[in-house]
Write a protein that binds this ligand. Structure first.
Ligand code: ZN
Length: 531
């Protein structure tokens, strides 16, 4: 049986750019577009030319991509002709394969927001689609507030969609702009739309305000829609857009969809998914969501001992899909609940083969339990766990020794009379027979200590050159006798590999120091630096 083609439209660079705290540079946009292209996404919406300088520049040149590179913009303004609308002119000039217009499809919004007549809005849709088609572009029309508009006035919402289709739009995209529509409503309304417009011309654009954007997209497909719009990692305004990173594997791996539909992402591209998701976070300089479905670090992590021993025998006992299909990996957590089988499995995963009856295993298990009771969180600190295991097994060299460190924080007036707070750290390190003293300033004591510690490690310096900290988290715990501070640090190397380390102490600087030391030593172990 031949499968129907389902198209994916990514709007990370346009709707995703509306996310709080996200500011793409031109270079970011070019890099993300290439990434989406390699992933096999059919349409990549680059932005809104004419609305801001970066998007205008992005569309000033043609990009060498397989995907249908799409420019976003408004239909002609009410009361203007298409030839006398600067916004539309900028859009038609953009070097894009397709144009995605946004238009009102709710009678209420036409009246209140657009302040025009229902008929003028329909004329604007027709004229704009016709003009873009005449300019040789594939045309999409986003029907803004479609579902809310449909509930209040189905006739008018449908008239807007139909006007775009009849004028020659390749896709009429139904938008749940406020994100409040539920899956069963989406399924029923899309079912009505496809009676009027063929489903292979209907798209869904869902927002995540009830955390059902993915479910809503799937509901629309079940009802007949054949294009899904979404973003990487569900980026987007408010609660975000439909998350393509969750949708893609569901469409590829769940038989109900996989047997009926074909998407542009093949099995090899699917294996890049975890990487693509993390690479976007990387670009945005934020830590990936550990609990992200399919691609999160914890998506295939098992904690309890009984599950772990089953999972080692038959992975599908506790896994809904194979982690490697999406480029993720199975992880058996070492924790205070964990048993021997967890530990053996985790050691095997990091390349340490230990016999199940090895006495050192008992010692390691006891040490992990003792330290977790003190506040160390090895589940969240894979690198610290690996070091601990290697130390108990006796395979970590003494690369260097920190003889002492000093950190000072001072508040004072600077030369121009402003009150400033400065931190300075001094670290004395012994590497072999050499002793090095490094001094560094930082925007805070931990930063100063980090910089000083990594400033000069003598013969080991070249191994840690590419090391940088990507995340720093502090928690105050009530463990045993009183409050202690737990510091979790995430580091990254020049190859983009990440690892986490942990430190615990009643003193935040000391806790940070432990985590920083683990990170550096882990990097040296990983780089096979000579002892
Ligand atoms: Zn949107």
């Amino acid at each position: 049986m031949s499968r129907e083609r389902l198209y994916l439209f990514d709007t990370t660079l346009r709707d995703g750019a509306q996310t709080n705290g996200v500011d793409f540079t031109l270079a970011d946009k070019v890099a993300i577009a290439a990434m989406l292209d390699n992933l096999g996404i059919d349409y990549v919406e680059g932005g809104y030319p004419g609305a801001n300088p970066i998007d205008t520049e992005l569309f000033a040149t043609k990009h060498d991509l397989h995907t249908t590179f799409t420019a976003f913009g408004m239909t002609r303004r009410p009361g203007r002709s298409t030839s006398n609308d600067p916004g539309l002119a900028a859009l038609l000039e953009a070097k894009a394969d397709a144009i995605c217009f946004v238009a009102k499809s709710s009678a209420y919004h036409v009246r209140v927001a657009l302040e025009t007549t229902e008929e003028e809005n329909l004329a604007s849709i027709r004229d704009s689609v016709t003009a873009a088609k005449a300019a040789g572009r594939e045309v999409l029309l986003d029907c803004e507030h479609f579902f809310d508009g449909y509930k209040a006035n189905p006739k008018y919402a449908l008239a807007c969609a139909k006007a775009a289709y009849d004028a020659g739009a390749r896709w009429v995209v139904l938008c749940d702009t406020n994100g409040g529509t539920l899956p069963h409503e989406i399924e029923a309304i899309v079912g009505d739309v496809v009676k009027l417009i063929p489903g292979d011309h209907v798209g869904i654009h869902a927002h995540n305000d009830t955390e059902q954007a993915v479910a809503n997209s799937l509901a629309a497909v079940r009802a007949g829609a054949r294009q899904i719009q979404g973003t990487l990692n569900g980026l987007g305004e408010r609660c975000g857009n439909a998350n393509l990173v969750s949708l893609i594997p569901t469409l590829k791996l769940k038989p109900d969809f996989a047997e009926k539909f074909e998407i542009g992402v093949d099995d090899v591209q699917l294996k890049q998914l975890a990487h693509v998701s993390h690479a976007l976070d990387e670009l945005l300089n934020r830590a990936p969501n550990r609990h992200a479905p399919y691609v999160g670090e914890s998506a295939f992590a098992t904690k309890a001992g009984i599950h772990a021993s089953a999972i080692m025998k038959e992975p599908q006992t506790y896994e809904h899909v194979k982690p490697e299909t999406v480029g993720n990996k199975r992880k058996v957590l070492v924790s205070d609940q964990g048993g021997r089988s967890n530990l053996v499995a985790e050691l095997e995963r990091i390349g340490l083969n230990v016999d199940k009856d090895d006495a050192r295993l008992t010692r390691l298990l006891e040490t992990v339990k003792e330290r977790e009771a003190l506040g160390y969180a090895y589940e969240a600190a894979d690198a610290s766990f690996e070091l601990l295991a290697r130390r108990v097994l006796g395979t970590v060299p003494d690369y260097f020794e920190v003889e002492r460190f000093h950190v000072g924080v001072e508040q004072r007036y600077n030369a121009v009379g402003e009150l400033i707070t400065v931190a300075e750290a001094v670290v004395k390190v012994k590497v072999g027979n050499d002793t090095m003293m490094s001094v560094a300033d930082g925007n805070g004591p931990v930063n100063a200590l980090d910089v000083a510690l990594r400033k000069d490690l003598g013969k080991y310096q070249r191994y840690i050159e590419g090391l940088r900290l990507t995340d720093y988290r502090v928690r105050i715990l009530n463990a045993g006798t009183g409050a202690v501070t737990r510091v979790l640090i995430e580091s990254e190397d020049e190859k983009g590999e990440r690892w986490s380390t942990v430190g615990v102490s009643s003193n935040i600087i000391d806790a940070s120091f432990q985590a920083l030391m683990d990170s550096i030593i882990f990097k040296l172990v990983k780089s096979a630096a000579p002892a």
